[in-house]
Design a protein around this ligand. Structure first.
Ligand code: GLY
Ligand code: MN
Ligand code: MN
Length: 459
């Protein structure tokens, strides 16, 4: 019988509509069956992230390593999992985690301990993390392949190589180390690239929270406020709505700061006539959202700001049209480049023909990034963009989630028309590829000029 406190925690997890250990166990099974087809009897070893010190005796807020979480849903530090499949395809799901510790739990909070963790997270065997080094050699013995992240955490690499050394030392006893050592992240990246129903539900929720935070930011902005005050509004909304963190540092970039792609200083005082570019998204139950909206600090866009905004909006629409299952991902990059480069010519930022601007790459002066990236547990999520053998662009498939984020960034320069100087616009949404096209997860964030000006005038 489990002590009452553990039962309460178990019930808390189990009763959460988002927590179902079977989802994570099924992922572990799928990983093992995929590996078995390639290598036969194998072992997967996956650590969680190390704790990182912020200063002296204070650690950064801990976040479990994404691949580890994907396979376990286990969020405590000092944990690792071992998944074994033998030549008869029998599997073992093993978790190593911290032991219960009355005093540490008084200071830092609840720990499952191996026994309760095994029950709550559906592992067949569990051991204290202190037993890992002793058990690793046996786990590595007589397997065809070892799948583990390589070069991710130096301490982990050391721990694994020490264990391999120990197996090798017993070659004369007939023990063999794994014939192949493979980075497990490649196989997991392929799995993570297509989201299951559980993940999509979480991403929808993350997107909803972030869209409401952007709406609030549009309403709360006014000339005289500092960028960090709007950052505070975003964070308030994220946490108030139940998100655990930001998915990445919020970019709240007014005026010329909008032309700095990863501006995170957020200290400038905003003034009437500026545009404010906000790139911010929350992380909800380990899933990211990533939204950018650009709007006037005053009541309306200037004519030049409107011109730039409409080009970016048209580029985003062209991207949406290019996102269909079966189409290569690269189509949407090309769609964005075409519309943006034509826009630059129309604005007299570039001279010559569209094909000339595309061919020479001259448009890169005002559009330096790609149209977007995979989105999931990590803001720039796991998954290749090209096929490994042919380097051809990945074809889109239902269940993939990506961002669509064209932008134009016009730094001040003598050859740039005065009215356009220091205008930076990016518009970013998150889309799920469906059977027919896309489902825009972030559709609640206001985007048209009319919607935005209505909100600005009401605030
Ligand atoms: N917020 C980071 C990005 O849009 O890629
Ligand atoms: Mn972004
Ligand atoms: Mn993005």
């Amino acid at each position: 019988m489990l002590p009452a406190i553990i039962l309460r925690q178990l019930i808390k997890n189990m009763s959460s509509p988002d927590f179902n250990p079977a989802v994570y166990r099924a992922r572990r099974e799928k990983l093992l069956r995929t590996i078995f087809k390639k290598h036969g009897a194998s072992v997967v070893l996956m650590p969680t992230a190390p704790e990182m010190m912020r200063n002296r005796d204070t650690a950064f807020l801990f976040r479990a390593e994404s691949y580890f979480y994907y396979l376990s849903a286990f969020t405590e530090p000092e944990a690792a999992l071992a998944l074994c499949i033998d030549h008869r395809e029998n599997v073992r799901h093993i978790l190593f985690c911290r032991e219960k510790h009355e005093e540490r739990e008084i200071w830092e909070g609840f720990r499952y301990g191996p026994h309760a963790a095994g029950q709550a997270f559906s592992f067949d065997e569990t051991y204290p993390i202190g037993a890992l080094a002793d058990q690793l050699p046996e786990l590595l013995t007589n397997r065809q392949a070892l799948y583990t992240p390589l070069g991710l955490f130096p301490d982990w690499d050391h721990c694994v190589t020490q264990a391999l050394k120990q197996v090798r030392a017993k070659l004369r006893d007939g023990d063999m180390p794994p014939a192949a050592m493979i980075d497990v992240r490649d196989t997991l990246d392929t799995m993570r690239m297509t989201k299951d129903a559980h993940e999509i539900a979480l991403m929808r929720h993350a997107a909803k929270i972030s869209a409401s935070a952007h709406t609030q930011a549009i309403q709360k902005t006014k000339p005289g406020l500092f960028e960090y005050q709007i950052e505070a509004e975003l964070l308030h909304r994220f946490l108030y709505e139940g998100a655990q963190a930001t998915a990445y540092p919020s970019i709240v970039a007014s005026g010329e700061n909008a032309c700095v792609l990863h501006y995170t200083e957020n200290r400038r005082q905003m003034k009437d006539g500026d545009l404010l570019l906000i790139d911010a998204g929350c992380e909800y139950q380990y899933y990211a959202s990533d939204i950018t909206r650009t709007f006037p600090v005053g009541k309306r866009f200037s004519a030049a700001q409107k011109d730039v905004y409409e080009i970016v909006l048209a580029a985003q629409q062209a991207c949406f049209n290019a996102l269909k299952p079966g189409m290569p991902l690269s189509n949407y990059h090309e769609a964005a480049e075409r519309v943006l480069a034509q826009g630059m010519i129309d604005l007299k930022l570039l001279t010559g023909s569209l094909d000339g601007a595309l061919e020479s790459g001259a448009f890169r002066r005002f559009y330096m990034h790609r149209a977007g990236h995979w989105l999931g547990m990590d803001v720039h999520d796991a998954g290749a963009y090209c096929e490994q053998d042919t380097l051809a662009s990945i074809p889109l498939a239902p269940g993939m989630v990506l961002t669509v984020e064209p932008g134009l960034y016009i730094r001040a320069a003598d050859d740039v028309p005065t009215a356009l100087r220091n205008i930076g616009v990016r518009i970013e949404d998150n889309v799920l590829i469906t059977e027919n096209g896309i489902d825009t997860l972030t559709r609640d964030a206001p985007k048209s000029i009319a919607e935005i000006e209505t909100l600005r005038q009401a605030s």
